[in-house]
Design a protein around this ligand. Structure first.
Ligand code: FAD
Length: 529
């Protein structure tokens, strides 16, 4: 038996530090001397710098690695995210009908013993004109009124409304680096990996670096971003592109100022559909992070930048943009031999539903769970890891494609192409066909393989004005009066919640001030700087 004693994470972006922190915390808790976690990062190769909008799972991850929430808010300029507002997705601007809808993080209200509300919403038991998400949760109203998802008295990472965060990606990696070294005992090396030397079994024997000579470990975690220096360049694990289904492959992005320092901060990510893609708009504490994700088959870079600057108006004056290419897809064998790819080296699906960091978190949990005590167990762990991760990627493809193919927009080739059935996976076509006659149900999904809860599918479907004809089954739903009462109660509870929940900007500033007033905060900030 060859015990696994040393893990080397290669890359110090969000994926590298998050994985190293999660792993170190778990092995320290189990047996501090058992496995050493090292991380090597280059000071010559930068981070991608994107990845500002997250999934609610981030709360569990940050809490698990022992990061104080107030410190996290201060150091990363973070704000709260309660979901995604989709604007102009159903139809183009200037067309009659609703301009936007909300995909909230909170699940539909469900009183124990009460009726499940979706069928009754479909049968018209909710007030006329009220969208599904607006009828079954109070979260849309909370964000419309710029309220936060929690109160000052709520414990770290908890609150009445389900939520995630939006933060500065570069600062996030720096904070994790500091926490990982000082608190979790991760050993950091600064060096550029030039190449990997392979062993006789096709695994990695050692890495050769420019500055530090050779580095060796039992398990290598490739977090080198899109370069995929180990899993791609050295081990040649193939990349499966999903570009035939998800057409976007470029982004142009910018950091934009607020019009005034006390401008309200939206507690959601705004995604506005465009002629050849969509624009993300994220409010951090002192600036916005904005980017246009588009298809190069449908728009060139110059045209995309013009569209993007037009969207931003005067906020774009004098600001530089960054252009980036990507390929939606993943490596079915992200774990090959003694190397496992996490983050962009393992795969990437366009950021419409902020799955990038959530997939990093998932990979870190899986890796920690499967970490082989014996190096000979590596193959079994790899097979399970690859099956779980591939399933998630495939399901994300379906979920994101649904956003595009349900649109009624036919105002450009991009939207027309997205509605073409030849580009819609059979698995998604099957789901949509069934949901014409019955609403989506959790039994339609295998929970552990899904990135999105059934409620997310429901919010998106009906936000996109998908039609499910339940009339032939009306007699199977006899609790209409009760359901109407529930809808009224949710509206009433929402009004009370508005009194209880503070303004979003005010809460963020209050929690940051509390942290800054702590005696040790100044020293911690000086250490990071
Ligand atoms: P990187 O940040 O690129 O880090 C790579 C690291 O590897 C760096 O430290 C670099 O120095 C190091 N490195 C590389 N080569 C070597 C070498 N040879 N030797 C030593 N070190 C090396 N995700 C979300 O969750 N939400 C979003 O809103 C979101 N938006 C996105 C928008 C766009 C346009 C893109 C492209 C991605 C977005 N993502 C988003 C994904 C997110 O950015 C990534 O999942 C996340 O940042 C992880 O990146 P990474 O750490 O894998 O790579």
């Amino acid at each position: 038996m060859q015990r696994l004693r040393k893990v080397l994470v290669v890359g110090g972006g969000t994926a590298g530090w998050l994985t190293a922190c999660y792993l170190a915390k778990a092995v320290n808790a189990a047996n501090p001397a058992s496995v050493q976690v090292h991380l090597v990062e280059s000071d010559r190769i930068g981070l991608i710098g994107f990845g500002e909008s997250t999934f609610p799972s981030i709360r569990g991850t940050l809490s698990a690695i022992g990061l104080d929430e107030r410190r996290f808010l201060v150091e990363t300029c973070a704000t709260y995210k309660q979901g995604i507002r989709f604007r102009h997705w159903v139809r183009p601007p200037g067309t009659p009908g609703k301009e936007h809808f909300f995909h909230p993080f909170s699940v539909p209200s469900q009183r124990p013993g009460g009726p499940e509300l979706l069928p009754y919403w479909l049968l018209g038991a909710a007030p006329a004109g009220l969208g599904f998400a607006d009828a079954v949760t109070m979260q849309s109203l909370v964000v419309d009124r710029s309220r936060a998802p929690k109160r000052t008295r709520d414990p770290d990472y908890q609150g009445p409304m389900n939520h995630a965060y939006q933060f500065d990606a570069g600062r996030f990696a720096m904070l994790l680096a500091e926490h990982g070294q000082q608190v979790l005992g991760i050993q950091r090396h600064v060096a550029t990996v030039e190449r990997a030397v392979l062993d006789d079994h096709g695994g990695i024997a050692k890495l050769v670096t420019t500055e530090l000579g050779e580095l060796q470990a039992d398990l290598y975690v490739d977090c080198t971003g899109m370069r995929a220096g180990l899993i791609g360049e050295a081990l040649q694990s193939p990349y499966r592109s999903c570009g035939d289904v998800l057409f976007t492959d470029r982004a142009v992005a910018m950091q934009a100022p607020y019009p005034r320092p006390d401008a309200p901060i939206p507690s959601f990510t705004l995604c506005t559909a465009q002629e050849s893609g969509w624009i993300w708009d994220i409010g951090l504490q002192k600036r916005r992070g904005v980017g246009y994700v588009y298809s190069s088959r449908h728009a060139d870079a110059t045209h995309a930048e013009e569209t993007f600057r037009r969207y931003l108006g005067s906020a774009a004056d004098g600001q530089e943009v960054t252009h980036i290419r990507f390929d939606n897809g993943y490596r079915p064998e992200a774990w090959r031999g003694n190397c496992v790819a996490v983050g962009l080296s393992g795969g990437f699906m366009e950021p419409l539903e902020s799955t990038g960091i959530a997939l990093v978190e998932l990979a870190a949990y899986l890796l920690t769970h499967l970490l082989p005590g014996d190096r000979d167990d590596m193959g079994r762990a790899a097979r399970h890891f690859n099956a779980m991760m591939s399933a998630r990627y495939e399901r994300i493809v379906d979920f994101i494609k649904m956003h595009y193919c349900l649109s009624q927009r036919r105002d450009s080739a991009f939207w027309i192409d997205n509605a073409d059935p030849t580009g819609i996976p059979q698995s998604l076509q099957d789901k949509l066909a069934q949901w014409r006659h019955r609403p989506p149900h959790r039994l339609d999904f295998v929970g552990d393989l899904e990135m999105f809860l059934v409620s997310s599918w429901q919010y998106m479907l009906y936000g996109m004005e998908f039609e499910t004809d339940l009339e032939p089954l009306r007699s199977a739903y006899p609790r209409g009066v009760e359901a109407s009462r529930e809808f009224a109660m949710i509206r009433q509870a929402a009004t009370q919640a508005l009194d209880d929940l503070p303004d979003h900007r005010a809460l963020v500033e209050h929690l940051c001030d509390e942290y800054r007033r702590r005696p040790h905060a100044a020293a911690a900030r000086a250490a990071i700087a």
